[in-house]
Design a protein around this ligand. Sequence first.
Ligand SMILES: Nc1ncnc2c1ncn2[C@@H]1O[C@H](COP(=O)(O)OP(=O)(O)O)[C@@H](O)[C@H]1O
Ligand SMILES: [Mg+2]
Length: 265
Amino acid sequence: MSENEEYEKLRRIEIERIDKRRIKRIKDEDFYETVEEVFDKLTLMALYELINRGFIHVMYGVVNAGKGARVYWAEDAKGNDVAVKIYLTFSAEFRRSILMYIEGDPRFTRVKRDTRSIIYAWARKEFKNLQRAFNAGVRVPEPYAVNKNILVMEFIGEGGVPAPLLKDYLPPNLEDFFLKVLNYVKLLYTRASLVHADLSEYNIMVWNDEPVFIDIGQAVLLSHPMAEEFLVRDLNNILRFFHKNDVDVPELEDVLRWVKGEGGI
Ligand SMILES: Nc1ncnc2c1ncn2[C@@H]1O[C@H](COP(=O)(O)OP(=O)(O)O)[C@@H](O)[C@H]1O
Ligand SMILES: [Mg+2]
């Protein structure tokens, strides 16, 4: 079979995999568009591998289409819901925006500078950061697999509907929620040696009224030259948001010290 035929075959397999019973099923023409735009040949091959390994069984609809990545709701071979984050491999703008988070990370010193290599490194970086955070006891989607530009993780939500973001839904006990968020920042720092670096109400989901940190690709190790700056920015975002929503928040300096394990709040 020629490469093109193989590609066509894979495309057809993917399309056939759409489960017709599900209400959230995307329409065929939308799917074709998605296929054209996101699933270039190499991405499709990577997806196919994940299917063969059982990490993905059925792909359902797009949950979110951002600038750098698409997130899909899917099901694995055991019937569990999973989230599949596929990074776009052609966006030069996205490449530029993430470069500084890769440079300065000792885990990724030998990555080539072309867009595709950078994006693959980025997906691996998000996977590794999720593992570190998860092992440190921070509530994040459990990471399952990474292959090229595709990351498979626990689906936060139910029936294909993602849990709301903090910006859209305030849990009942906001004070308590705030302290849990701060505690995760501390666990990230002290146990995982990571700073999230894009923490805000946009990257915290509310699931069963508990915080779940997401979108952790840009998180940096404490050795990163800008780690401290990113931590201050993260904490400022958090304090600003909760203050705006009538939570009594401590001073930044005190929180900073506490997060680093150097004092109480
Ligand atoms: N594990 C997940 N389970 C369910 N929905 C998710 C998951 N990860 C991301 N999402 C949804 O996709 C959106 C975008 O994901 P995110 O990782 O923040 O990427 P982006 O870089 O596009 O901001 C999130 O706001 C959330 O609604
Ligand atoms: Mg995000």
